[in-house]
Design a protein around this ligand. Structure first.
Ligand SMILES: N#Cc1c(-c2ccc3ccn(Cc4ccc(CN5CCCCC5)cc4)c3c2)n[nH]c1N
Length: 246
């Protein structure tokens, strides 16, 4: 998978050279490049923002540098040639659809993702409108709180997507039993020692009875989800909600 990130803080993404994603990049599974939006300005001050039409606080990112940056990354992509290799352009935004594990799984199958990191009070709307004439565009939010820009959101999305690419995580089994993978929160985990500061590991986990352990873990998932995230039980499949109320 190829990932391009446009940002005024390209050094923010140097951290992707370490840990799992760093190994994925070295092995060629993941190709991540950060591009400085200021390289697409032509004035002495490398201006990327200006005051908002209609008034209001703060500054808005100018469309021209974004247009040139995205043009370069899209190459000759056109909607008519949209196939699995067609780039998907994602702009993090507080006004976006919420990023979920389901979306991460979907995006892990794409061949080319382009992320546009806004700053200030956001990007001129015409950038989204224009790019949408050339490629699929999505505005995506990582949660109901306001950040100062898109970089943290893109970092979170790259990690969530990158770890689902086959070969990136050593043991693919570990991707199956984790929070949100089956729509429920994960069960609690334990390791040695069996007793620590007077706290014991639940005896079922030491029993060797894997059918009973699986049943216990499923019940733990349902109990934790009912308690912490009842909204997940009302989502999508009525079967899940039915199981939960059983
Ligand atoms: N993903 C994600 C995000 C973001 C996110 C993503 C991208 C950018 C680019 C800039 N900012 C900062 C900012 C700050 C205030 C406002 C509010 N409006 C501004 C215009 C007039 C009305 C009010 C917007 C944008 C961003 C924030 N925040 N939270 C998420 N889950």
């Amino acid at each position: 998978m190829r990932i391009d990130v446009v940002t005024i803080f390209p050094e923010f993404f140097d951290v992707l050279d370490i840990s799992l994603l760093g190994k994925a990049r070295q092995s060629g599974l993941l190709d991540v490049s950060a591009h400085n939006l200021r390289e697409y300005t032509h004035d002495r001050h490398r201006t990327v923002d200006d005051t908002p039409y209609g008034g209001g606080a703060g500054m808005v990112m100018k469309p021209e540098p974004w247009g040139e940056a995205i043009d370069e990354l899209l190459g000759d992509a056109t909607p008519e040639r949209a196939d699995a290799s067609a780039p998907l352009v994602i702009f993090p935004s507080p006004a976006g659809e919420v990023f979920t594990q389901k979306m991460a799984r979907e995006l892990a199958h794409r061949e080319h993702l382009i992320f546009g990191c806004g700053r200030y009070e956001g990007i001129d709307q015409r950038v989204f409108d224009h790019v949408a004439t050339r490629a699929e565009v999505r505005l995506v939010s990582i949660g109901d709180y306001v950040l100062n820009g898109g970089e943290v959101a893109v970092m979170a999305m790259i990690e969530a997507i990158g770890r689902l690419i086959p070969g990136v995580v050593g043991n693919p089994e570990s991707l199956v039993e984790e929070s949100h993978e089956d729509g429920l929160l994960e069960y609690p985990s334990y390791t040695k020692p069996a007793e620590w500061r007077g706290l014991e590991v639940p005896p079922i986990l030491l029993s060797g009875n894997h059918k009973a352990i699986d049943a216990w873990r499923r019940e733990q998932q349902l109990e934790r989800t009912r308690r912490v995230r009842p909204d997940l039980l009302r989502a999508e499949t009525p079967e899940k909600a039915e199981t939960a109320e059983a």
